[in-house]
Design a protein around this ligand. Structure first.
Ligand code: TRP
Length: 337
C-alpha cells in the first residue's frame, strides 16, 4: 500500500486506455512519473471513463486497460509507492463530475480546443461526453486535493479550466478544493511522429511513424530507418527548419542521456544513414526491459487484479473525503450523524 504523507505534495495524472502506449507517452510522461514516486504522493489513473467519449471496441478496451496497468508497472511505477487505479472503479469521479457540471459554463467548454479538434475528427459522434470531458478531468484532479498535474502541452487548457471551476466553487463555498498547477516536463514533452514530424506521435491515428512500447526490435529499427527528415545531411537541432531531425535528436537524447551538442559532435560530417539506425538502436534498448517486464506481468493476472483492487480502495478512500465535503457544502441531506 502506498503510504501518503502530509508533508509531500500530491501528484495526479492519467492516460486513456484508448490506444497503445507509445514512445511519446513513455518519454513525455510515464518515465518522468517514475522519478516523482520518491518525493510526492503519486496517483495515476487509467482513464477508461474518458476513453469511451470516442467509440471503443469493448474487448479491445478491456485488453488495453490491463495492458496499460502492466506497462505502468513495467515502466517502474511501483504499486507499493503509487496509487494505480482504474477510473471506472472509483464512482466518486463520475459523481463529482456531475456536481462540477453545475459549476461549469457552456461558454468555457465551447472554448476547449481539444473538443473542437475531436469533433472535427469524429463528426459522426459529437456526443455530450466528448463535450463534457474536461469537467470529468477536473473531477479527477480535484477529488485528490492535487497540487501538481503532469500533462503534455495539449492538456494545459484543461488544467486551466479545472482551476477556474475550482475557483468558482471555492468562491461560493470556501476552501473546498486545493488549487492544482500543471506540471509540464521540459525534455520530450512532445514526441512527434516519425513519418510526419508536424504531428504528435499517436497510436489512435494508426500512425505509421508511431513506436509503441511493445513493438518488436526489428519493427522499431525499420520505422527509424524510414523516419522523415529533410534534404540536408547535417545532424543539427533546429526545431523550426529541421523538425524531423530535431525530433530524432530529442528521442536520442531521452534514450541515451546525450546532450544535443554531444549528438551533433558525434555525427558531424556523417549522414542521416548513420544517425537514424543509431537512434533506433537506442530506442530498442530503452524499451527492451519494458516490453519483457510487461509480457511477464501479463501472465500474472491475479497480481495485476490485486493491484487494481488495492488502488481502487485507496483512491476511493481519498476521493470520498472530498466528495462528502462537496455534498455537504452544496446542501445534500445526509443521514450520517
Ligand atoms: N485528458 C488526458 C489526456 O487525454 C487524460 C486524463 C484524464 C488526465 N484525466 C486526467 C490527465 C487527469 C491528467 C489529470 O491525455
Amino acid at each position: 500500500m502506498a503510504e501518503f504523507s502530509k508533508e509531500k505534495k500530491t501528484i495526479l495524472s492519467g492516460i486513456k486506455p484508448s490506444g497503445e502506449l507509445t514512445l511519446g507517452s513513455y518519454i513525455g510522461a510515464i518515465r518522468n512519473w517514475k522519478q516523482l514516486q520518491e518525493d510526492y504522493n503519486c496517483i495515476y489513473c487509467i482513464a477508461d471513463l474518458h476513453a469511451i467519449t470516442v467509440r471503443q471496441d469493448p474487448a479491445l478496451l478491456r485488453k488495453r486497460t490491463i495492458m496499460q496497468l502492466a506497462q505502468y508497472i513495467a515502466c517502474g511505477l511501483d504499486p507499493e509507492k503509487n496509487v494505480l487505479f482504474l477510473q471506472s472503479h472509483v464512482p466518486a469521479h463520475a459523481e463529482l463530475g456531475w456536481v462540477l457540471n453545475c459549476y461549469t459554463m457552456v461558454g468555457e467548454l465551447n472554448r476547449m480546443t481539444q473538443f473542437k479538434d475531436k469533433s472535427a475528427k469524429h463528426a459522426d459522434n459529437i456526443n455530450a461526453g466528448l463535450y463534457d470531458y474536461p469537467v470529468l478531468m477536473a473531477a479527477d484532479i480535484l477529488l485528490y486535493q492535487t497540487d501538481l498535474v503532469p500533462v503534455g502541452e495539449d492538456q494545459k487548457q484543461h488544467v486551466e479550466l479545472c482551476r477556474d471551476i475550482a475557483n468558482r466553487f471555492n468562491g461560493v463555498y470556501g476552501d473546498v478544493f486545493k488549487m492544482p498547477e500543471p506540471f509540464i516536463p521540459k525534455l520530450g514533452a512532445r514526441i512527434m511522429s516519425l513519418s510526419d514530424p508536424e504531428s504528435k506521435m499517436s497510436k489512435s491515428e494508426s500512425d505509421a511513424g508511431c513506436i509503441t512500447l511493445l513493438d518488436r526490435p526489428e519493427d522499431i529499427m525499420a520505422r527509424f530507418k524510414r523516419a522523415v527528415t529533410d534534404s540536408e545531411t547535417c545532424v543539427r537541432f533546429d526545431p523550426v527548419n529541421k523538425k524531423g531531425i530535431s525530433n530524432l535528436m530529442t528521442i536520442c537524447s531521452a534514450a541515451t542521456g546525450m546532450t544535443f551538442e554531444q549528438i551533433e559532435n558525434q555525427f558531424a560530417g556523417k549522414g542521416y544513414g548513420e544517425f537514424k539506425p543509431f537512434v533506433g538502436e537506442a530506442v530498442v534498448e530503452l524499451l527492451r526491459p519494458v516490453r519483457e517486464e510487461t509480457e511477464r506481468l501479463l501472465k500474472d493476472k491475479a497480481y495485476l487484479n490485486s493491484v487494481l483492487d488495492n488502488g481502487a480502495q485507496q483512491a476511493s478512500y481519498l476521493a470520498r473525503r472530498t466528495l462528502s465535503k462537496v455534498y455537504r457544502k452544496v446542501g445534500f441531506y445526509s443521514t450520517d450523524k
